[in-house]
Design a protein around this ligand. Structure first.
Ligand SMILES: Nc1nc2c(ncn2[C@@H]2O[C@H](COP(=O)(O)OP(=O)(O)OP(=O)(O)O)[C@@H](O)[C@H]2O)c(=O)[nH]1
Ligand SMILES: [Zn+2]
Length: 213
């Protein structure tokens, strides 16, 4: 099958989006919050700060729609398709912890053992970004990315590893600067087959500083 044919037989799925934010109401609320916190924002320099704050949160909470394009997995040797792991490492993401609405920022390593469908490579990053733009916990974000891949690709296995710095834990509160949280969700063969699990986790191994074992 040619690449062109594969394109024409790709299936596309547009994930559903949250309703558009009411930026005027958010701006009024941001002004009230700053006032309640004792911040004198009604100055030449800060007059637009409530609007900027509202816009910043609206941007961080609004997921851009995209199409989750998949292709038939029939282009390998003898039309057998690709039957080994596909892993996209180091996908930068940012989200907001649902407890403090402060950012947690890190990288995602996402992979799968293909079945009948292959995913367009850019869609790993789009799916992570789409899922991250909401009040989240790292655990739920990890699981939601994995479940979306399972639902749309019906692969033999899925693996997702996220590493992130939570600013609610590093910039305030515990002030555990440098602490990094690692979460994983493994499904199908990657969960149950020890060799496949080990191979995926090796490929998705959290980055280590030079000299750290
Ligand atoms: N499991 C999990 N916890 C998170 C995540 N993001 C933030 N938290 C935690 O949510 C908890 C909220 O705890 P609370 O005691 O209600 O909030 P708090 O008084 O501000 O707690 P401190 O952060 O310890 O000062 C904190 O322990 C946060 O570190 C996440 O993605 N997953
Ligand atoms: Zn938090």
């Amino acid at each position: 099958m040619t690449a062109l044919t594969a394109m024409t037989t790709a299936t596309r799925t547009t994930p559903s989006c949250a309703p558009a934010p009411d930026t005027e109401a958010a701006t009024r609320a941001a002004a009230a919050l700053l006032t309640a916190l004792g911040v004198d924002w009604d100055t030449v320099h800060m007059a637009r700060t409530p609007a900027r704050l509202a816009a910043a949160y609206a941007e961080m909470l609004t997921a851009p729609a995209f199409e989750l394009t998949t292709f038939p997995n029939d282009q390998g040797h003898d039309g057998q398709g690709h039957d080994e792991l596909v892993v996209v490492r180091d996908i930068a993401f940012q989200s907001l912890c649902e407890h403090h609405l402060l950012p947690f920022v890190g990288v995602a390593h996402v992979g799968y053992l293909p079945g009948e469908r292959l995913l367009g490579l850019s869609k790993f990053a789009r799916l992570v970004d789409f899922t991250a733009r909401a009040p989240q916990t790292q655990e739920r974000l990890t699981q939601q990315v994995a479940r979306q891949l399972e639902k749309h690709l019906r692969p033999r296995g899925v693996g997702v590893v996220l590493e992130a710095d939570h600013s609610c834990m590093t910039l305030r509160g515990a002030r555990a600067g440098g602490a990094r949280t690692v979460t994983s969700t493994l499904l199908g063969t990657l969960r149950h087959d020890p060799a496949a699990r080990a191979e995926f986790l090796d490929l998705a191994r959290p980055a280590r500083s030079p000299g750290v074992r």
